[in-house]
Write a protein that binds this ligand. Structure first.
Ligand code: HPA
Length: 245
């Protein structure tokens, strides 16, 4: 079953038929909110709002372990993460939809593994390719079928937030090879891998990253909501197609 984690700008899936909410408890505490179970085109899907339904949980406060655990307990085996990002590369401007293929992790102090604690065997997962190739291909095919442009491949830099970056930090991320910057991609992707879940992301560029394009002097925060609203309508069309495939 497909699970969808919605980020900023996507706190519900309006087209879920017969939605019902299910409160989930996990050994890692509470997820960001109840799961919403429903069907799209006859297929069961599960939706979870990463920042809570009232958008009150900051990126560094999200209980990523509980979120993924709850999805797996609900029989999800493939997770699509929808996440808003800042665009570093010039061609990744506001409104661009990108299916990243790599991650550089700059987050710190987050609960980032299930393999810790007394009595737990030391376990190292392979994370060479952090996103599922199969799920990425399905997303790109769904975007094509929906007639929506989606960029194939980008390096996602995961920063701690909640503040945005300095222009010098963005320069450093670019030197490190990053094309996009966001605050929620990690440890989410690694935890999904630890649980054996297929995982891929739809990154929606909300703004040029600090010091780039129209964010040269400052990031125009007041414009982000409008950009995301328009782009999330396209993301919904892609997800509709994905479920239909
Ligand atoms: N930086 C980090 N995270 C983000 C940004 C950004 O510029 N825009 C949306 N999420």
């Amino acid at each position: 079953m497909l699970g969808i984690i919605g980020g900023s700008g996507l706190s519900q899936l309006a087209n879920l038929e017969l939605p019902r909410r299910q409160v989930a408890r996990t050994p890692y505490g509470e997820p960001s909110g109840p799961l919403t179970l429903g069907s799209m085109d006859g297929q069961q899907v599960v939706f979870l709002a990463r920042h809570g339904y009232g958008h009150s949980i900051a990126p560094h406060e999200v209980n990523y372990r509980a979120n993924l655990w709850a999805l797996r307990a609900a029989k999800v085996d493939a997770v699509i993460s929808v996440a808003s990002v800042g665009g570093i590369r010039r061609e990744l401007g506001p409104g661009a939809i990108v299916i990243p293929h790599q991650i550089v992790d700059y987050t710190w102090g987050r609960a980032a593994t299930y393999f810790e604690g007394a009595g737990t065997q030391v376990t190292h997962i392979d994370f060479t390719h952090p996103y599922s190739a199969n799920l990425r291909a399905r997303l790109l095919a769904a975007a094509r079928a929906a007639g929506e442009a989606a960029v194939d491949g980008a390096v996602y830099a995961a920063t701690q937030g909640p503040r945005l970056e300095t222009a010098a930090e963005i320069n450093r991320l670019e030197r490190d090879g990053a094309d996009l910057v966001g605050m929620t991609g990690m440890p989410e992707a690694a935890l999904a891998r630890e649980l054996g879940l297929d995982y891929a992301a739809i990154a929606v560029v909300a703004n040029y990253a600090a010091g780039r394009g129209e964010s040269e002097r400052e990031i125009p925060l007041e414009r982000i909501a409008t950009v995301l609203e328009e782009a999330m309508a396209r993301v919904r069309r892609i997800i509709d197609q994905l479920v239909r495939q």
